[in-house]
Design a protein around this ligand. Sequence first.
Ligand SMILES: Nc1ncnc2c1ncn2[C@@H]1O[C@H](COP(=O)(O)OP(=O)(O)OP(=O)(O)O)[C@@H](O)[C@H]1O
Length: 274
Amino acid sequence: MRITAEHLSWSASGTTIVDDVSLDIAPGETAGLIGPNGSGKSSLLRCLAGLRTPTTGTVRYDGQDIAGWSPRRIARHLAFAEQTTGTDSDLRVTDVVGLGRTPFRDRWRGPDAADRAVVDAALDRLGLADLADRTWKTLSGGERQRAHIARALAQQPYALLLDEPTNHLDVKHQLELMELLTATDQTVLVALHDLSLAARYCDRLLLMHHGRLVATGPPTDVLTPDRLADVFEVDAEISHDSLGNLTVAYRGPAPPADRAGPGPASHADYSGCG
Ligand SMILES: Nc1ncnc2c1ncn2[C@@H]1O[C@H](COP(=O)(O)OP(=O)(O)OP(=O)(O)O)[C@@H](O)[C@H]1O
């Protein structure tokens, strides 16, 4: 499924948080959304998932404007795994993952054998089969994170949006998750803080700063030392490791002289956005 946004803005409390973002994620693409804390990644993802009504602009799935779509209709197209929150639910893991089947069921009908098979497959893909009957509140942070992703997969969506899904995951589970995301035919937009992980697994990176999309393109084009100093305020070295993967190493915070001033106006020279 193609996801497009045209001149998308979203404001809250009188502040523009997502600022005139245009993007186009191709069917089957794995795109990484990167940017410093507070740059607007989660807000943009929520707009794309129909959880925020844009102040201006449009979001389209395969060319169809989703304004006015019901949550159920959106959930039949796209699954969104938000950052996990600490809930103390007594629900079993299999029931939480089973929530992914809700958009496909009549209100009064319980899960049938086909639903259970989809849920079991999703639990299996995230290595959670052994935890299926455990209660949610007994899970570790990483196990909850994986269960949230399993719930999104159980939705069998055409597109997946994931907000920092590698938080809480150990290295093996980070790599397994990124391999799962790149192997799927589904369109994927994933917000990541680990720039080396984003560079290694994403076809394309979208860089946000102060609510604006300031660069998009292949990781080698987007991740440059100047841009990392400017946007992330870090002094970084970009290189290829012995495996051929682009990696970002940090010397430390960037000296103040290398950082751009506040506000998007100082980034008008970025090209290739949208
Ligand atoms: N409902 C709201 N009302 C007021 N401000 C908000 C609201 N939602 C988000 N913000 C602000 O908008 C900015 C962007 O937040 P957002 O969560 O989208 O950033 P982010 O890039 O996902 O950050 P992080 O990397 O820290 O998760 C932040 O400064 C945040 O405080």
